[in-house]
Design a protein around this ligand. Structure first.
Ligand SMILES: [Zn+2]
Ligand SMILES: [Zn+2]
Length: 316
């Protein structure tokens, strides 16, 4: 793992900072996804986390999920589009692959070109084009894992894609993999098209970046804190009693099953002005990290999870 202090983090710019914070924080609520081997020479590692669910970690530390049904497999997210992800998924299952993109950020959506059957919420189409541009992918890989990025040549980067060919992914849809159903929920906030996926029979909810250990709500594509709060209340109610495992896309990948309640508590603390509101400057834009963290990114108050928000958009 890259050792990064908070001071280093605050000096970074671009998507790189996001990746560094997400992927190098200590996984306070979870166990490591794929062990402690440094990923300097390989593009993917994986671990089976349920009988039909495999968690893949790419060289930058971003997490993807493979879910197998009787007829098909679903791949949740495609990472940075570096290396032969399709070939890797085929080592897990040879069944036809359907790809679901949780949101249009660089570290989730950049590898779609290898796949025919791709779903993503249309609200993230414009974001997809900006974020999956080659320069952005290279910058993110280099910042998250410089040693790995140095081993890469242009040939390792898959071509880009046009989201106009994707199928829309919206709440109320169900993707049937054969005995395993993926129920789709909107979770706008981190991006406008942010999508959460319930693996119905596994009783597991994938929240992606929509709720994770450092939920980012401060850049142009995000919603204000109050709108995000509504999203969290909505999905909490809609999924009540339907899951007892919760997975996200960074860090160790496991969240606590009461994670939405924790987020709502933290949002209430922010709205009451009682959070630590640590300064965070990003590309000239001033934001706040709600709860102070140590150099390993653990909360000083012992809490789990954190929110980075724009103080001007609390009531929006
Ligand atoms: Zn994201
Ligand atoms: Zn992400």
């Amino acid at each position: 793992m890259i050792d990064i202090t908070r001071r280093d983090f605050f000096k970074l710019t671009g998507a790189a900072a996001v990746g560094l914070l997400f992927n190098n924080m200590v996984e306070a609520a979870s166990k490591p996804a794929v062990g402690r081997v440094r990923q300097t020479d390989i593009d993917f590692r994986s671990a089976r986390i349920d009988k039909n669910v495999v968690r893949i970690r790419n060289g930058a530390g971003d997490l993807m999920y493979v879910i197998e049904g009787k007829n098909k497999v679903a791949l949740i997210d495609t990472g940075l589009g570096i290396g032969d992800l399709k070939g890797y998924v085929e080592t897990i299952s040879k069944k036809p692959i359907v790809v679901l993109i949780t949101h249009g950020h660089v570290d989730h959506a950049s590898g779609t070109a290898q796949f025919d059957d791709v779903y993503m919420n249309r609200n993230d189409n414009a974001l997809f084009k900006e974020h999956t541009a080659m320069g952005n992918r290279k910058g993110y890989a280099g910042a998250c894992n410089p040693e790995w990025a140095k081993t890469l040549t242009d040939a390792n980067y898959l071509p880009g894609d046009d989201p106009a060919r994707f199928k829309d992914l919206t709440e109320g849809m169900t993707i049937d993999l054969g005995g395993v159903h993926l129920d789709i929920y909107d979770l706008p906030g981190h991006t406008q098209g942010m999508t959460a996926i319930l693996i119905r029979e596994n009783r597991a909810l994938i929240s992606g970046d929509g709720a994770n250990m450092f939920t980012f709500l401060w850049s142009g594509e995000t919603l204000g804190l109050t709108s995000y709060e509504k999203s969290v209340r909505h999905i909490k109610k809609a999924t009540e009693g339907k899951f007892d495992k919760m997975y996200c896309s960074h860090g160790g990948g496991d969240l606590t099953v009461d994670y939405f309640d924790r987020m709502l508590e933290d949002i209430a603390i922010i709205k009451a002005g009682k959070d630590d509101a640590v300064d965070f400057e990003f590309m000239g834009q001033k934001s706040k990290i709600a709860f102070a963290i140590d150099p390993a990114h653990n909360r000083l108050d012992g809490g789990i999870g954190n929110i980075v928000y724009d103080p001007k958009r609390i009531n929006e």
